[in-house]
Design a protein around this ligand. Sequence first.
Ligand SMILES: [Zn+2]
Length: 91
Amino acid sequence: MGQPRMRHRKGIALLPLGHSDYEQTLRGLAQWYELSAACSGCGRTVPVDRYEMRRRFGENKKVGTLASKLVCSGCGNRVGNKLLIGMMPRD
Ligand SMILES: [Zn+2]
């Protein structure tokens, strides 16, 4: 009661890079996965809208190929960023 329902990012489980699901396309990626971008410049990790990514880059792009397209919204860095697959815990 009282608190608005929010998703808590710290509960998210990130798949390690190299996991086979990074070979999935934006279309093929399982519904329960979310994407997060990790910046190598400022260290922040922010949620990424997978449907926005799909609109911008196409549904047949593999998740593992998109990291180089990320630009950090915090510091503007575009080098060495990572795109990570995360899984929300079940309610
Ligand atoms: Zn940054």
